[in-house]
Design a protein around this ligand. Structure first.
Ligand SMILES: Cc1cc2nc3c(=O)[nH]c(=O)nc-3n(C[C@H](O)[C@H](O)[C@H](O)COP(=O)(O)O)c2cc1C
Length: 159
């Protein structure tokens, strides 16, 4: 069985809750991104990286600080799924845009788990590419049903 690591960055705890919920379903290890190191990356077969969007559509700083580490990692075809947490009503011009910061540093990874925009209303997101979000996006404060969305998504992943 694949050994999966969920790593998350959160400002106020929303992304932590989402990450732990998903990790529980997949029986995955969980680590906060600020503690993520090379050893963690080398000892797992598949990954879920979860980050909220802050600032002007930026990935939350604690994962921004780890993008260099991810860039140096040879994912060698290993699978990575992405989770963005944001707020479509207040930040509909950049809904979960920060998630897109992972794309340039995940060279050689196989990115899985793209989703469609069903149920969302937003103007723009840098993470919405070719009519798909590049991963799961969660409107934590605006979507009281985020758990069923996240559960379906987690169960659909083929690590
Ligand atoms: C200053 C600030 C800027 C934000 N900018 C965005 C944004 O550009 N896009 C978005 O989707 N959400 C944005 N949000 C909403 C947060 O991503 C959202 O509240 C999220 O649930 C926070 O998760 P966290 O507690 O894990 O950091 C912003 C929130 C704050 C406080």
């Amino acid at each position: 069985m694949s050994k999966i690591l969920v790593s998350y960055a959160t400002k106020g705890g929303d992304t932590k809750e989402v990450a732990e919920f998903i990790a529980d379903i997949l029986k995955a290890d969980v680590i906060e991104a600020k503690n993520l190191n090379e050893n963690d990356l080398n000892s797992h077969d598949g990954f879920i990286f979860a980050a909220s969007t802050h600032g002007d559509g930026q990935i939350f700083a604690n994962f921004d600080d780890k993008l260099g580490l991810l860039n140096q990692t040879d994912f060698n075809g290993r699978k990575v799924a992405l989770v963005g947490v944001g707020n479509q009503e207040r930040h509909g011009n950049d809904f979960c845009s920060g998630l897109s910061a992972f794309l340039p540093v995940l060279k050689k990874a196989k990115i899985i788990g793209a989703t469609d925009a069903n149920g969302y209303k937003f103007n723009f997101s840098r993470s919405f590419i070719n009519d798909k979000f590049i991963g799961l996006v969660v409107d934590f404060k605006g979507d009281s049903d985020w758990k069923s969305r996240a559960e379906k998504w987690a169960e659909s992943l083929n690590f």
